[in-house]
Write a protein that binds this ligand. Structure first.
Ligand SMILES: *Cc1c(COP(=O)(O)O)cnc(C)c1O
Length: 397
């Protein structure tokens, strides 16, 4: 059994705070500051440019990619780190579309994160007027996959409601119709068990600053199925994806396998932070993580529904259909979350009316979750959420 008391001890959490927002920005693992300081002082400071070879900076995107790969069922050499998730969405989509030149439709759903849809739309405009992004309701995705679809682009877990798509089933359906799939694992990697290889995914992308705790702006990842990796043509053909970057050839030749999905100079400090943050996962069994996450979620739901009936559950009641977050609806959701944060419980708000809570077994206990539910219900009962200071909207919600 995974020892979650031990993993909790590996984090620096502020005193008195119950953190239910690790689905948006993971907290700081103890090991990170020391590692980043070492990278700055001993590597950058002392090695200067020789660090690219001596400290292994150039191999870091692939080495850390393999560590992330182990958490999502990706074989060694099929994941590489770099850029931000929006960029990786574009890159995966562009490569997938190029493998289906006879088709012109990207299919996605209205529960997808807007940036993924914006990137797809921008790519369609670049490719020409025949290309089209089609979005349907999440429940209609399966029945909308037909032979016009070039690429199915789906975020497995809905960022607002936590609703989880049936990944193996949709991949099977897409492949039967001759479409390729791009999966966004932003709310899956480190949150739920994922088996990319077993599910026969073509492409997957995700970020590291949510459940993987790499810190604000940490690098994204991209997975390409090994059977496709030497066939895809990168649309963002930067020099570090070239077969021989230091030959400085004038023509582009893609590097072998997943290396070709690299673009430019990797952010070494953030990669070092992520590398240290991933140590927390060493003894973690993903099935234990899932069981524990559901236990935390169910405790929270039961308690909130029993004590504050004004909040309507926005997440699926069926646990198999949930990721690792739970959301409730209320028209004054923004003010309620601000009042809750003032009470030391950090969740967040997503327009128009979603109160969102992330459940991360690595550092949350059942007592934390019960206490968080009690504080939420106390705010609802005494009306303190309605104080004027909780209605002021900040830039980031
Ligand atoms: C968090 C998130 C993003 C954010 O993209 P960035 O480029 O890292 O800012 C994109 N897509 C989904 C589905 C997300 O959840």
């Amino acid at each position: 059994m995974t020892d979650f008391t031990a993993t909790r001890a590996m984090f620096d959490l502020p005193e008195g705070v119950i953190y239910l927002d690790g689905n948006s920005l993971g907290p700081l693992p103890h090991a990170v500051p020391k590692r980043v300081e070492q990278t700055i002082r001993d590597e950058w400071g002392q090695m200067l440019i020789t660090g690219w070879n001596k400290a292994g900076w150039m191999d870091l995107p692939a080495r850390v990619g393999d560590r992330v790969g182990r958490l999502i069922g990706a074989p060694a050499g099929s994941v590489v780190m770099g850029d931000t998730l929006s960029i990786k969405v574009y890159q995966a989509l562009a490569s997938a579309l190029e493998l289906r030149l006879d088709r012109r439709v990207i299919l996605s759903d209205t529960g997808n994160f807007p940036s993924d849809l914006y990137m797809a739309d921008g790519l369609c405009r670049t490719l020409g007027p025949d290309y089209q992004l089609k979005t349907v309701a999440p429940a209609d995705v399966e029945n909308s996959i037909d032979e016009s679809v070039a690429v199915l682009m789906i975020t497995e877990v809905d960022y607002r409601t936590g609703r989880k798509h049936d990944m193996p089933r949709l991949i099977k359906r897409a492949h039967e119709a001759g479409a390729l799939v791009v999966w966004d694992l932003a709310h899956s990697a480190g949150a739920i068990p994922v088996d990319l290889h077993g599910a026969d995914t073509d492409f997957a992308v995700g970020c590291s600053y949510k459940y993987l705790n790499s810190g604000p702006g940490g690098p994204a990842f991209i997975y390409v199925a090994p059977r496709l990796a030497d066939k895809v043509r990168p649309a963002l053909s930067g020099w570090l994806g070239h077969e021989a970057p230091f030959a400085f050839d004038l023509d582009y030749r893609p590097g072998s396998g997943i290396d070709r999905m690299r673009v430019g100079t990797p952010s070494i400090l953030q990669l070092a932070a992520l590398d240290a943050a991933l140590d927390v996962w060493e003894g973690v069994d993903m099935a234990d993580l899932r069981a524990r996450s559901l236990e935390l979620q169910n405790t929270f739901i039961t308690r909130v529904e029993a004590k504050c009936p004004d909040l309507m559950l926005a997440s699926p009641r069926e646990e198999a259909q949930r990721g690792s977050q739970v959301s409730f609806r209320h028209e004054h959701g923004y003010a309620i979350i601000q009042a809750l944060i003032a009470e030391g419980v950090i969740g967040d708000f997503r327009a128009p009316d979603i109160l969102r809570f992330g459940f991360t077994p690595l550092y949350l206990s059942l007592q934390d979750v019960a206490l968080a539910a009690d504080r939420l219900c106390a705010i609802m009962a005494d009306g303190s959420w309605n104080w004027p200071e909780f209605h002021h909207r900040a830039k980031v919600t």
